[in-house]
Design a protein around this ligand. Structure first.
Ligand code: PAF
Length: 298
């Protein structure tokens, strides 16, 4: 496993691997690696025969007052995790000056529309920080495929739109959300939770599960508000949970839907605070898919 910290060395490594005819995958991360990241690396190994994992806590995607300084950093621990996992060719862990030589960026990459719902209004500027850094990482690591977690569903949809619309020539592969034994979605921010908060946090997964059941079981048009209501009821079981948003939106355009009809692809999503810790969870569901699955079994 090669450790690379400069943009120039990363581009040379990627060019050489491409010249040698290898198929390159990139797994962009901000470190503090957990089982969710390991699943991304496993997928990358299936997709390609040269795997780069980038580790970079990207200042451009944190707003004022967000957790940039507190964000967990453990490069040595991350390297151990990747060594144990095996099959990683390169770890690209640049310092901030290497990614942003001018300090604050002057060139941004922005996707409009998709950023106006869900997390977007609550984290102004966040997604343009993500699309900008992922663009840079793609230019430096030159992957054929980029691997991302579907837990960050809005990020996933935005990055897919960016690469398609701007002809990046990079495939975007999505990996389903990895969960702890009690259902809580794996996240580096779970480390911030107190014992009491951690005990209540699986309520997000319960709310997602309730939404999934209702949407997949759709046999005739139903108001999205009914699903949102069930999700809110599930969250209300945890006294420490403070929902920031709970929504059902179209799976591709991320715009709110009023009704859910069989065959419709939607995303049920939420952000919930436990104290200062903001957790998200969500599920892509095709309405009525339960009925289809049952028909298939018959
Ligand atoms: O999902 C993340 O960890 C980050 O948003 C990403 C894609 C690595 C960009 O900094």
């Amino acid at each position: 496993m090669k450790m690379i910290q400069t943009a120039e060395a990363m581009q040379s490594e990627a060019d050489e691997a491409r010249r040698a005819g290898r198929r390159l995958a990139l797994v962009p991360t901000m470190g503090a690696l957990h089982d969710g990241h390991c699943a991304l690396v496993r997928r990358a190994k299936k997709e390609a025969d040269h795997v780069t994992v980038s580790i970079f806590v990207n200042p451009a995607q944190f707003g004022p007052g967000e957790d940039l300084d507190a964000y967990p950093r453990d490069l040595d621990g991350d390297l151990d995790t990747l060594e144990t996992l095996g099959g990683v060719d390169v770890v690209f862990a640049p310092p901030a000056e290497e990614m942003y030589p001018l300090g604050a960026p002057q060139a941004w990459v922005e996707v409009e529309g998709l950023v106006d719902t869900l997390n977007g209004p609550h984290r102004p500027g966040h997604f343009r920080g993500v699309t900008t850094v992922v663009t840079k990482l793609f230019h430096l690591c030159r992957p054929h495929v980029g691997v991302f977690g579907e837990k960050d569903a809005q990020q996933f949809v935005i990055l897919r739109r960016m690469t398609e619309e701007l002809h990046f020539g990079v495939e975007i592969a999505g990996v389903p959300t990895q969960r702890e034994a009690d259902g809580l979605a794996c996240s580096s921010r779970n480390e911030y939770l107190s014992q009491e908060e951690r005990a209540q946090a699986p309520v997000l997964a319960e709310a997602v599960c309730a939404a999934h059941g209702l949407i997949a079981g759709t046999t005739e048009e139903q108001p999205a508000e009914a699903v949102v209501g069930q999700m809110r009821d599930a969250l209300a079981e945890a006294p420490l949970a403070e929902p920031q948003y709970v929504a059902v939106v179209g799976a591709r355009d991320l715009q709110p839907v009023e009704t859910i009809a069989p065959g419709q692809d939607v995303l049920a999503a939420m952000a919930v605070f436990f104290g200062d810790t903001r957790l998200i969870d969500n599920a892509f569901v095709t309405a009525g898919s339960q009925e289809e699955a049952e028909k298939g079994e018959r």
